[in-house]
Design a binder for this molecule. Structure first.
Ligand SMILES: Cc1cc2nc3c(=O)[nH]c(=O)nc-3n(C[C@H](O)[C@H](O)[C@H](O)COP(=O)(O)OP(=O)(O)OC[C@H]3O[C@@H](n4cnc5c(N)ncnc54)[C@H](O)[C@@H]3O)c2cc1C
Length: 432
């Protein structure tokens, strides 16, 4: 246990990584204070309820197979709502449902007869599923996959351009926010394994329920929101506190950087440190609509495989989780990734209306979409190009008293953030 008047461990950032680190340190008896610049906990995992609609801050899902994250959550109390383990591929007026028939045998016939993917590629997909499932998570991140791109890996497994561009690009556009498939093959295998090992879900209360539940495990008063840290404070060669944006200095026994990579780089620079943080960002913009009737029904994610796609993927959230809207309304999420995510609101809105109608083969005015929210998240994930893991930051940052807890220690995902938080807490407890 820490001494009664000892300074706390200050954790900067109340996202998944910071919350997990706080849970572990508090459980070990440490005094912990978590500071976050935002007005609420959760970081990139937040939800706003507006006018009876559950609006996630960007469309996001949870894979129940995430092994570390799940230990910090009570799935039963989250009332998880499942997606169909399948995708509807919309291309040039045709829609094909391709699913994981091993997870849901009801998908077998649709998948066999789906015209978007040839028989050979369907068998290769099945083999890839088996291959990924047999790997351990550490194997997925091993050298033989970490150094090549998803596109190169798929080519080496015999997939041709039509299935790579027509299925994998929009599918992994949805998961990796990268339709170019330049992301390391490790991430493809990691996510393929997670998809095969469990369900894809959202909590009935929105994705932010995950971080709300984590924060509720902390002693009341542990987290201070609307509290931005502008700099670290060093005394006698060790980090001894943090300077807040109002110039107040809070003394700390230890400081943990649990922010996103760009913010960590800025804070480290405040004491002359350069951390090997990943630099590139993958952004996305999600537009939310209510509708009289949805043009894209069902519990599967819709993938826009048209070559001129602005919207990469979309889903009728209330078909998956009716709790996302009161009064039986229909709520649709449509997400743009890559360059289109930066288009202005009017361009994105016009494209979403046009493309949702085209995907669902309905006239544009039939569904009468009403836009209810638009969320831009320019830094949704960091770029995970081949080889990036060789340059990950370390937990101990090079100045005594300063630690890194972050998704950048593992992978840009909910699981990566949970691992980052847990690894940092364990290293800190081991060091003392
Ligand atoms: C739209 C979207 C979709 C996604 N989809 C998925 C998905 O389907 N599956 C998946 O696994 N992952 C997905 N991700 C990624 C996942 O959400 C992140 O990997 C994870 O939440 C990162 O958590 P973190 O704790 O490392 O960082 P963050 O959540 O970014 O938390 C960092 C916190 O630090 C705070 N902060 C920053 N600077 C300061 C400062 N100076 N002072 C005080 N506080 C500061 C921030 O306010 C923030 O709350 C998605 C992300 C987004 C945005």
């Amino acid at each position: 246990m820490s001494a009664p008047n000892a300074n706390p461990t200050v954790i900067i950032g109340a996202g998944v990584a910071g919350l997990v680190a706080a849970i572990e340190l508090q459980a070990a008896g440490r005094a912990v204070l978590v500071l976050d610049a935002a007005s609420a906990v959760g970081g990139r995992v937040r939800t706003t309820v507006q006018d009876g609609l559950v609006i996630d801050h960007g469309f996001q899902v949870l894979f129940t197979a995430y092994p570390t994250l799940r230990r910090y959550l009570d799935f039963d109390r989250l009332a998880l709502r499942k997606f169909l383990p399948a995708a509807r591929i919309a291309r040039e007026g045709q829609v094909s449902l391709i699913g994981d028939a091993l997870a849901d045998p009801g998908l077998l016939l649709d998948t066999i007869f789906a015209r978007a993917i040839g028989v050979g590629d369907k068998l290769r997909l099945l083999a890839l599923r088996r291959f990924a499932q047999q790997l351990s998570l550490d194997d997925c991140f091993g050298a033989r996959f970490a150094g090549i791109s998803t596109r190169e890996f798929l080519r080496a497994r015999g997939f041709g351009t039509p299935v790579i561009d027509g299925f994998f690009a929009p599918f992994y556009g949805g998961i990796l926010l990268d339709r170019t498939l330049a992301t390391s093959a490790s991430i493809l295998l990691f996510t393929f394994k997670m998809l095969a090992d469990g369900d894809t879900v959202v909590p009935a209360g929105g994705i932010g329920a995950l971080t709300q539940q984590m924060a509720a495990r902390l002693t009341p008063g542990t987290v201070r929101t609307s509290c931005a840290v502008q700099a670290l404070v060093v005394s006698d060669g060790r980090v001894s506190g943090v300077r807040l944006s109002d110039d107040t200095v809070l003394e700390a026994d230890q400081v943990v950087l649990a922010t996103d990579a760009p913010a960590a780089a800025v804070l480290a620079a405040s004491v002359g440190l350069t951390l090997p943080e990943p630099v590139g960002a993958r952004g996305c913009t999600t537009l939310y609509y209510t509708a009289r009737t949805t043009p894209i029904p069902g519990k599967a994610l819709w993938l826009n495989a048209n070559s001129d796609a602005v919207i990469s993927h979309a889903v009728t959230l209330t078909d998956v989780a009716p709790e996302y809207a009161t009064d039986g309304r229909t709520l649709i999420a449509a997400t743009a990734v890559g360059a289109p995510a930066d288009f202005d609101d009017a361009t994105l809105d016009a494209a979403a209306r046009r493309e949702l109608a085209r995907m669902g083969n309905v006239r544009e005015d039939q569904s009468a979409l009403e836009r209810v929210a638009l969320w831009r998240v320019p830094f949704s994930q960091f770029e995970q190009a081949p080889g990036w893991r060789e340059h990950r930051p370390s937990i101990a940052c090079g100045i005594p008293g300063l630690w890194r807890a972050s998704e950048t220690l593992h992978s840009s995902s909910l699981e990566g953030a949970a691992r980052g938080g847990e690894m940092a807490a364990k290293a800190m407890l081991h060091a003392s």
